[in-house]
Design a protein around this ligand. Sequence first.
Ligand code: SF4
Length: 179
Amino acid sequence: MDKFLLHACCAPCGAYVIEELQKRGFDVTVYYYNPNIYPIEEYMRRRDESVRYCKEIGVALKEGIYNHEEWQRIVKGLEQEPEGGLRCAVCYRARLAHTAAIAKDGGFGWFGTTLSISPHKKSEVINKIGTEVGEEAGVRFLAEDWKLHDGFKKSCALSRTHQFYRQTYCGCEFSIRKK
Ligand code: SF4
């Protein structure tokens, strides 16, 4: 069974993608690496939901380091970008490049992300970045648009079934201000 490291931003986005990957025969480990989330209380709330769900279904979860100041430094100058713009591309790259490196170190044959399940996110941008950082690290990236085939709708249904906490903004402080 191929080992797969799945970058997940939260439990609502993770549940459906984990199921789909398991159906394809992958041995999934979730990687919760989201230094973009602000404030830290929100980061912990989303993390705790992911930990709770993974425990419930018997899937391993690793947590990356939360360093929001470093993330702010990476997106400096792009604070006024709209959601889905340049700041988001930089944010995806930071999270996916790190996930690829962790996958390589951990002996995972594959990695991927839940991010494309969001109707607000362009899968072509995410998949291009994922493929590039995967090639750089030497790990295969699974390019998917998880919102297709009613993926987003199914993830919402799973959220209701498991009574997940559902956030009202993407993650960073700039996505709160623009609501
Ligand atoms: S809006 Fe979301 S994807 Fe875009 S920079 Fe903020 S946290 Fe990252």
